[in-house]
Structures are given as C-alpha cells and as structure tokens.
Design a protein around this ligand. Sequence first.
Ligand SMILES: Cc1cc2nc3c(=O)[nH]c(=O)nc-3n(C[C@H](O)[C@H](O)[C@H](O)COP(=O)(O)O)c2cc1C
Length: 170
Amino acid sequence: MSTSPQLHILVGTTGDTALHAAQAAAKVLDGYFASIVITLLGEAHGIGLFGSGSDSGSPNRVPAEAGIGKAYIVCSSTYGHGNVPDNAQAFLASFDLEPAYLGHVRYGLMALGDSSYGETYGAGARLIDAKLQDVGAQRVGDIFEHDAASDVDADEAAALWATTWASAWQ
Ligand SMILES: Cc1cc2nc3c(=O)[nH]c(=O)nc-3n(C[C@H](O)[C@H](O)[C@H](O)COP(=O)(O)O)c2cc1C
C-alpha cells in the first residue's frame, strides 16, 4: 500500500549482533524504501522517534500524521533476565513516561536472544513490541527471531527475513 516511505530501524544492542543484523536487513530493504536510517538507541531516544514532541511541546500531543510516510523496524537483543539492552532502556521507559497514541505507526520486529535463557528468550524486543501495541501501533509481518545458541548466522537470517518482511509491508 505504501509508496516508498523512509524506513527507520531502531536498534537495541550491547554486543552489536542486533546492529549487524539490522544492517544486513537494511541492505536487502534498500530497494524497497526511499531511504533507510539506522538509529542505535541511546539515552536521548524515546517514543518521540515515532513523531512525538516534534513541535507540540507536549509529548502527549502526538500529531496523528507525524509518522505517516515512515516505516519502522525495532531490532533488539535481550539482557538482564528478559530485559532490553542498556542502550534501549530509556526508549522502553519513555512509553510510560511520555504516553502517546501511535495508531499511525506500522512496524516490523527483530528479536534477538539466546534460547538457553529459557522463558526470557527474545524477551527484550517483545517488551518493546508490547509497549507499541499498547499505544495502538500495528506490527507488520512475521517476527524475526535469532537464537544465539544456534548455529544460524544472524546476518544471513536477517537478510532472508527482510525480503519477506518487505512483501508484508507492501
Ligand atoms: C549477560 C547476558 C544476559 C542475557 N540475557 C538474555 C535473556 O534473558 N534472554 C535471551 O533471550 N538472551 C539473553 N542474552 C543473549 C543475548 O541477547 C544474545 O547473545 C544476543 O544475540 C546479543 O545481541 P547483541 O550483541 O546485539 O547485544 C543474554 C546475554 C548476556 C551476555
């Protein structure tokens, strides 16, 4: 349905596995989107990445049209018993601190983890997923999962997933 929006990939990582997977996906997705921006999440990043706080002065007043024309992928690994990596903590917390309706946001999800951690496997990305769904955002396509305990190469898997995700997006 969309005609070449910008794709914004938001990355939570500690050891860069998620970053490299995001970059591998971006290479494949390059032909599908007008441009691609990969953002390594940090202290300064919050829900405003989806358009809030632009010029409203109030994070509660997200313009409904703010995210139109943009596609999103959230790509995160998992740490601390099912939490997001440190660099994504502020982003995750912002959903509670800066509540906003993100009904205009459609996004893909890339969840990286290690199945040897049992029930917290891949939970970091899923925490963000739950927050996004709580505020009305719509997940598109299948969730990319990567298990560090497997012998699957994260970059190769991400590239494969990206083609399917691009079809789901359109
Ligand atoms: C201290 C530590 C805690 C971790 N906790 C979890 C966890 O609770 N659940 C999970 O699925 N993976 C967990 N992992 C595995 C990482 O999420 C996995 O290795 C991932 O590929 C790392 O990606 P990154 O290099 O992008 O940070 C943990 C890894 C470390 C080193």
